[in-house]
Design a protein around this ligand. Sequence first.
Ligand code: SF4
Ligand code: F3S
Ligand code: FES
Length: 255
Amino acid sequence: MQVTMRIRRFNPEKDKKPYWGEYTLDNVEPNDRVLELLHRVKWEQDGTLSFRRSCAHGVCGSDGMRINGVNRLACKVLVNALGEGDHVKIQVEPMLGLQVLKDLIVDMEPFFEHYRSVMPYFVNNDPVPADGRERLQSAAARARFDDTTKCILCACCTTSCPSFWADGKYVGPAAIVQAHRFIFDDRDQAADERLKIMREPDGVWRCRTIFNCTSACPRDIEVTRAIGEVKMAIRRGGRGAIQETEGTEEAGGEG
Ligand code: SF4
Ligand code: F3S
Ligand code: FES
């Protein structure tokens, strides 16, 4: 099949404004991935095309971009998911809400600043067990935050969120997912500090339960649900309260 790639181009060193570049590729297989097509454009037609990628297997989170209007990882999207027949058109743009540095590469620093702001690390000041073993946790307690451990920090969620587009100071769904991962870990001792951060004006209440983040997540994390659980923990005064009563109240927006 033939594919026409329409790619948003911008080189701040020579372009006054972004423009669309069009590239036609022949002999594309339906199960080729968009990342392979971007490589073909770069290697066969225009070596100046710039984009991030590393693992090519949906693990590193570096190739988030807007493909046919939806945030996805280029290495996970097959051509046959975007169209059928002898000719398919595919449009590729950088993620929204972050400054474009060149072509499909955006400045991830504001995103990682939000990530760092939620204390995304394990806190436990008790001495390690005398027998040298790890801090034990029940399977049920581990399952409580299993979903949010899957995050690869690709930014597909945060850059699909209208609240983040409206105001980049909003900490965003990815950072809340990271906060959730530690807030609901019963071995961690900093849940209250994180909930305090989440209560701040640019914290979790900026979420209006729009759900774009959940649709965009390539790891199928229930992002909006995790955000709702953090909101509920704030309302109820800590993770303990929600763990005792979870499932009995619908998590919604507020603020
Ligand atoms: Fe990416 Fe999903 Fe993590 Fe958001 S929650 S950064 S979409 S993996
Ligand atoms: Fe945005 Fe997701 Fe909330 S799209 S408004 S963070 S549910
Ligand atoms: Fe690593 Fe796509 S290149 S997730």
